[in-house]
Design a binder for this molecule. Structure first.
Ligand SMILES: CC(=O)SCCNC(=O)CCNC(=O)[C@H](O)C(C)(C)COP(=O)(O)OP(=O)(O)OC[C@H]1O[C@@H](n2cnc3c(N)ncnc32)[C@H](O)[C@@H]1OP(=O)(O)O
Length: 214
């Protein structure tokens, strides 16, 4: 799904609010916003439609969705049950080299830069001012936080979260469902599920996302 005039959002928190503004700046209208807990939605949102668990017949068919949920595991679970197509969104101030690929459901925020020959999977967040350099592989459901620097030839496994301002040096591979702390400097490969902080990055514990392991 590359170009559409209307997008539906799933999730009505802070992340979704940014995507809505981004889409509207790009001339795309957001006609419906769904959330599993409408009463806890961002105060800027109005008329939130209750999400899947509140419906006996959820309107799966219709305009494509973007799952506007910042938490990677939560976004994964929702994206896996939505059967409509997915849109993608790139802020007008972001730079995405034409040789790079951006998967459906993914978003690129203001000022982010994606250099040549980089693959970005589905439902990925490239947050504000993040720098993703050449020949990276960023797998599905990753979140690259604001001001992260990924040098050349970096690989990030499915579902991993790279915290704000972290730096990953060239050729490093980060496993799946890892959490890299804000400001960490990653200088060697990181195994699946590791939680890493500091400079140089050290593992402090492991994530075990139960539903992904089965
Ligand atoms: C627009 C947006 O908001 S996008 C969202 C961006 N979000 C982020 O960047 C958040 C990144 N998250 C972090 O950095 C978190 O601190 C995490 C995930 C690394 C750790 O969180 P928790 O699991 O709650 O760990 P906790 O806070 O208990 O800290 C454990 C230890 O690690 C240390 N620590 C935690 N985070 C960091 C960090 N970023 N750098 C260095 N040390 C850290 C703590 O001081 C503590 O040390 P101690 O045991 O010696 O006291």
């Amino acid at each position: 799904m590359n170009k559409t005039d209307t997008v539906r959002l799933y999730g009505a928190g802070g992340h979704s609010q940014i995507i809505k503004l981004l889409l509207e700046q790009n001339g795309v209208s957001v006609n419906e916003i769904f959330d599993d807990n409408p009463s806890k939605s961002h105060p800027k949102f109005k008329n939130i439609i209750p999400g899947i668990k509140h419906h006996s017949s959820f309107p799966y068919e219709g305009a494509p969705f973007i799952v506007g949920i910042g938490d990677n595991m939560h976004r994964y679970k929702i994206a896996k049950v939505l059967t409509s197509g997915f849109a993608k969104a790139i802020h007008t101030t972001a730079v995405v080299d034409p040789s790079s690929i951006l998967g459906d459901g993914s978003v690129v925020y203001a000022g982010a830069v994606i250099q040549p020959n980089t693959y970005i999977g589905k439902h990925v967040i490239i947050n504000t001012l993040a720098s993703v350099d050449h020949d990276n592989i960023i797998n599905d459901f990753v979140h690259i936080s604001p001001n992260v620097t990924l040098c050349g030839l970096v690989e990030i496994g499915e579902g991993s979260h790279i915290g704000a301002g972290a730096v990953v040096i060239p050729k490093v591979k980060i496993g799946k469902w890892c959490t890299i702390g804000a400001g960490a400097v990653i200088i060697k490969d990181i195994p699946n599920y590791a939680v890493v902080v500091g400079n140089p990055g050290k593992i402090i514990k492991m994530n075990y996302p139960e539903s992904v392991l089965v």
